[in-house]
Write a protein that binds this ligand. Structure first.
Ligand SMILES: NC(=O)c1ccc[n+]([C@@H]2O[C@H](COP(=O)([O-])OP(=O)(O)OC[C@H]3O[C@@H](n4cnc5c(N)ncnc54)[C@H](OP(=O)(O)O)[C@@H]3O)[C@@H](O)[C@H]2O)c1
Length: 252
């Protein structure tokens, strides 16, 4: 049986994108990669300095990348970003949520405040952003959403010293799959990247870390961005609910 409608080709060129948590780390790498590939990007975060550096880099390289400051925990900021990243009341075509705090330590030091803060940053804030973005994307019947879990985070597993962080990431992935299921009829995909240990975020003793990674090295933000471009492409529209490890075999 032949489908009479040809699948439109397309990556991310010409698309609009909002990258929440685009000031540094993996979000920054994804924002740059999107802009290099022709998407018009708004990268947002709280701290001014990394954003100013990113803005200068974009200007120097003539990339279609703007920056804005704000806290993703404030719904007014999120609404303003969505408007600014899309066009008027249109949703951006692409939404990347890379913000997500990390904390590790023994269970006894995981205070309720720390637990709540990890859950807020890694689960509640992404949920609140999705709730703002999805009705707009539904209207357009198009959306490419990318979230960030953690290597090994497809299933619950023991996580020495990272109880709260990993619990929040497993919850995020469960949420992502549910939303992917609900939004598929509207042309919206929801996928997650599960990063392993990516430099330079981990400043610990690298030889100890590397010994635990089958690939024998840390990953690079660029490698994560490569996977992001794949999942965010127009032509990846049949891929949804996926959790893609970018981890060099770590925690498989
Ligand atoms: N890097 C890794 O090796 C690794 C491994 C596994 C999973 N991950 C996951 O991948 C994602 C990205 O990690 P990363 O290492 O790139 O993180 P990162 O270096 O901490 O960067 C996070 C970005 O999000 C911004 N951000 C945080 N909270 C925010 C808020 N409330 N409002 C607006 N912006 C906010 C931060 O800037 P401000 O603080 O200035 O706002 C920063 O730009 C996270 O979800 C992380 O859990 C990373």
């Amino acid at each position: 049986m032949h489908d009479s409608k040809p699948t439109p080709p397309g990556g991310v060129a010409g698309r609009t994108a909002l990258v929440v948590g685009g000031g540094r780390g993996l979000g920054r790498a994804v924002a740059i990669a999107l802009a290099e590939s022709g998407a018009s990007v708004l990268a947002v975060a709280r701290s001014p300095q990394p954003l100013l550096e990113l803005r200068d880099l974009a200007r120097a390289r003539r990339l279609p990348l703007r920056v804005a400051r704000g806290d993703a925990g404030r719904v007014v900021s999120v609404r303003a970003w969505l408007r600014a990243a899309g066009a008027g009341d249109r949703a951006p075509d692409i939404l990347v949520i890379a913000a997500g705090d990390y904390w590790e330590g023994p269970l006894g030091r995981l205070t309720v405040e720390r637990w709540e803060s990890l859950v807020r940053s890694n689960t509640t804030i992404p949920l609140a952003i999705l709730q703002e973005a999805l009705p707009l994307m539904r209207r357009r019947r198009y959306g490419r959403i990318l979230l960030f879990g953690v290597a090994g985070g497809e299933t619950p597993r023991a996580a020495a010293r990272a109880h709260g962080y990993r619990a929040a990431k497993v919850a995020l992935l469960t949420l992502a799959r549910s939303v992917a299921h609900e939004e598929a009829p509207y042309g919206i995909t929801v996928n997650a990247i599960l990063p392993g240990i990516i430099r330079p975020a981990f400043s610990g003793k690298q030889s100890d870390l590397v010994r635990r990674i089958p690939a024998g090295r840390l990953g690079s933000p660029r490698e994560v961005a490569r996977a992001a471009l794949f999942l965010l492409a127009e032509e990846s529209g049949y891929i949804t609910g996926a959790a893609l490890p970018v981890a060099g075999g770590y925690l498989l």
